[in-house]
Write a protein that binds this ligand. Structure first.
Ligand code: AMP
Length: 418
């Protein structure tokens, strides 16, 4: 029986892998412009890290984790996101004792046992950043503007930036009470999950994707109305900063992250054209997380972008991706196979992308093959060329042919490629 990739996973084959390399390059380079450096952390961690760092009442932890016991009978989990690992690494390496803020980015596969659908996979990829060590709203502005700059550098225009503040543990407690009072009379109409959420962490009811839950709690109080003075001030500076640098956003009362260590700014990027999987990325402040994970009281803020959804959104922009094109060495007489080998080897050493036939094609078939490879030119080695010490150089686009002396070969190729 044929073995296929597990449900919810997929292969990335060429030429799609070119698109992945391209967006990853833009993501890295843009993050570096903003002073973020790469962190690489394990694909699996102790399960407890996510229970504490993501939160036991979240869908990720309660339903979606790939958790298993290893041969040493330890419970380990394939990482479902990156913030918890960054936080662990910050604490483990006391990275906060150096220059602050600590600014990291990461990219790689994440794993969630979710129901596969359009734009939803079990192994998917995220690019994320985390910045630790500053309470200032100026850092929030920097992080959000990085997200926006990434989208701009990728050529994405039609998106919405949603923004809210979820306050601090103090003012959120006031909100929590208001929300509980609002939901309690309609509690019976909530889905099973939300009935549990209501008892354990009522703010999480607002995150529920089930329509009937939304209908049941309609008219619920909004968190903005209960923000304390400090939180209001923080939020207003973030908004002012975004306005100052011309970043449009919309205040969104429904954008709530229900866990205690999330504080102040929350934001999300939506692409309405993607339908049900419209969120391509989001993030926020998590001033309580480092402490929750056993570290000192250090604030943080970050975001993560889903790369599959980003690629979906960029389908048109990426279809015209320019490939640099290679040089094809065509050997028209088998006697010169080794000369072809030596030439292609030298061209690669000199930094040119070079290709040749390794399957025994005829001269005509080699030229067709060169076209398929997208070669910009072919260097032809035949009897006449070898006897007289020159190469025939064929421009694959214009079909023009010239003769070139070996000493002029590299400079001529450079000219044509330019
Ligand atoms: P989250 O860590 O849940 O805030 O997700 C951040 C981003 O990752 C989302 O906006 C999505 O773009 C992406 N994402 C989350 N879960 C999945 C999934 N199962 N499949 C594909 N992308 C996902």
């Amino acid at each position: 029986m044929q073995i296929k990739a597990p449900r919810g996973t997929y292969d990335i084959l060429p030429p799609d892998s070119d698109k992945w390399q391209y967006i990853e390059k833009v993501l890295r380079e843009t993050a570096q412009l903003f002073g973020f450096q790469e962190i690489r952390f394990p694909i699996f961690e102790h399960t407890e890290l996510f229970e504490r760092g993501v939160g036991e009442t979240t869908d990720i932890v309660s339903k979606e984790m790939y958790t298993f016991r290893d041969k040493g009978d330890r419970s380990v989990t394939l990482r479902p996101e990156g913030t918890a690992s960054c936080t662990r690494a910050l604490i483990e390496h006391s990275a906060y004792s150096g220059v602050m803020p600590v600014k990291w980015y990461y990219t790689g596969p994440m794993f969630r046992y979710d129901r596969p659908a359009a734009g939803r996979f079990r192994q998917f990829h995220q690019f994320g950043v985390e910045a630790f060590g500053s309470h200032s709203p100026q850092l929030d502005i920097e992080v959000i503007s990085l997200l926006v700059q990434i989208l701009a550098n990728l050529g994405l225009k039609e998106y919405e930036l949603h923004l809210n503040s979820v306050g601090c543990p103090k003012c959120r407690e006031v909100y929590r009470q208001k929300l509980v009072d609002h939901i309690r009379p309609v509690k019976e109409h909530l889905c099973k999950d939300c009935q549990i959420r209501f008892e354990k962490n009522p703010l999480r009811v607002l995150d529920c994707k089930v329509n009937t839950c939304h209908e049941a709690i309609t008219g619920y109080p909004v968190i903005y109305d209960t923000l304390c003075e400090d939180c209001r001030e923080h939020y207003s500076i973030v908004q002012k900063g975004l306005q100052e640098i011309g970043i449009p956003y919309q205040h969104d009362n429904n954008l709530v992250r229900g866990l205690d260590y999330y504080t102040n700014t929350a934001f999300e990027i939506h692409l309405p054209q993607l339908g049900t999987a419209s969120a391509i990325g989001g993030g926020g402040r998590y001033n309580g997380l480092v402490h929750e994970c056993g570290g000192p009281d250090i604030p943080g803020i970050g975001f993560a972008i889903g790369l599959e959804r980003l690629l979906l959104a960029l389908e048109n922009e990426l279809s015209a991706l320019n490939k640099p094109g290679c040089v094809f060495v065509a050997v028209f007489d088998k006697t010169y196979d080794m000369d072809g080998l030596k030439l292609v080897n030298q061209l690669r050493k000199d930094g040119f992308a070079a290709e040749r036939d390794t399957t025994g094609r005829s001269a005509k078939a080699q030229m067709k093959f060169a076209d398929k490879l997208g070669a910009r030119m072919a260097i032809i080695l035949g009897k006449d060329e070898m006897d007289n010490g020159y190469y025939t150089l064929r421009n694959m686009e214009s079909k023009e042919q010239i003769t070139v002396k070996p000493k002029d070969l590299n400079s001529t190729i450079k000219k044509i490629l330019a």
